[in-house]
Write a protein that binds this ligand. Structure first.
Ligand SMILES: Nc1ncnc2c1ncn2[C@@H]1O[C@H](COP(=O)(O)OP(=O)(O)O)[C@@H](O)[C@H]1O
Ligand SMILES: [Mg+2]
Length: 310
């Protein structure tokens, strides 16, 4: 088996663990900086060049695409997919997960519960938008923010109006969301691989922060999902079409609510808190889906086209 990990940084915990897990299985594995790949397109021929050489076609890729590089990263993933290479997450699903609005639309369509969310342009009145989202306190989110950056809590109508005006004035697209106060700065991340929950953790925001992101100083502990959380995590992963993802759910008085689905979830928090070999689960998922070498005949049938429609 030859596996490429598409990652910009081979020293990251997640990348290193994936390399280790592949090596443990005796597989060949390489970390490929997708920004240094160039693609070659001709009639009926698709190639990828890397560091001046044509890359041998791998059996599988594991995309770890940085949030600021979604366009270039998904173009590379798409190219591998066009070459009939198995990807643990498809390019369309990654792009979908990177846009908070698109994600919410897809999740809503699949009946996944979520905080009430409003989207409007700067042509709408801030007052109307605030009223539509249920009034302050509210959470405002930049559409393509990540790691808690670009997520703001506004306590009063007055603050909400001035922050909205400021964002709209800068032509920033944002979501306006009901604030789930009872979560107390905590959320639950379920790690889903190949349609199964392989681990879960509870994240608690740093003292005084409503955001639970580990990058914002949050801490993680192992967590056992209840039935509802488990079925919600699986439904969200399926709706988004992601083979490997982290489904973030916020506990509310009306039950768990999905906040977002991450297509390149970090492994450090989940592995260290749960002591589960999550990287190994990703390799098992590849092994279940790929027949090395006899690939060309098997793969054409195996690759599922993304049919989510958004
Ligand atoms: N509607 C909300 N109510 C309460 N807390 C929220 C809400 N939305 C987000 N949060 C908190 O903020 C964190 C970051 O929000 P999220 O939408 O996941 O953005 P990011 O992509 O930056 O992680 C969440 O993990 C959660 O702790
Ligand atoms: Mg998040």
């Amino acid at each position: 088996m030859l596996v490429y990990i598409l990652s910009r940084n081979e020293t990251l915990y997640s990348t290193q663990r994936l390399v280790e897990a592949a090596k443990e299985r005796g597989w060949k594995v390489e970390v490929i900086d997708y920004l240094q790949c160039s693609i070659e397109i001709m009639k009926g021929e698709l190639h990828i060049n890397y560091l001046g050489k044509q890359l041998p076609k791998p059996d599988a890729i594991i995309p770890r695409i940085g949030a600021s590089r979604t366009f270039y990263g998904t173009a590379m993933v798409r190219h591998f997919e066009m070459m009939d290479v198995f990807s643990t997450s498809g390019n369309l699903a990654i792009a979908r997960s990177r846009d908070k609005l698109r994600s919410m639309q897809v999740l809503s369509k699949h009946n996944v519960d979520m905080p009430k969310t409003v989207f409007a342009s700067n042509k709408s009145s801030a007052k109307d938008v605030i009223a539509l989202s249920g009034g302050a306190p509210l959470v405002l989110k930049i559409l393509e923010g990540t790691q808690g950056v670009g997520v703001v809590l506004v306590d009063t109508e007055k603050a909400a109006k001035s922050v909205l005006d400021a964002f709209y004035g800068m032509d920033v697209n944002l979501l306006i969301q009901e604030f789930i106060e009872e979560a107390g700065g905590a959320d639950i991340r379920a790690f889903v691989v190949g349609g199964e929950v392989v681990g879960a953790m509870k994240r608690q925001g740093a003292e005084g922060d409503f955001r639970s992101n580990l990058h914002q100083g949050g801490s993680a502990t192992a967590y056992k999902l209840n039935r509802k959380e488990k079925s919600m995590a699986l439904a969200a992963a399926k709706a988004m079409g992601l083979g490997v993802c982290g489904v973030d759910m916020i506990p509310s008085s009306r039950g768990p609510l999905v906040m977002e689905v991450n297509s390149s979830p970090g492994l450090e928090g989940i592995e260290k808190s749960t002591k589960i070999d999550i990287a190994g689960k990703v390799m098992d998922y590849i092994a279940q889906n790929v027949t090395p070498k006899s690939a060309t005949t098997v793969k054409k049938k195996r690759i599922k086209r993304d049919s989510i429609g958004a």
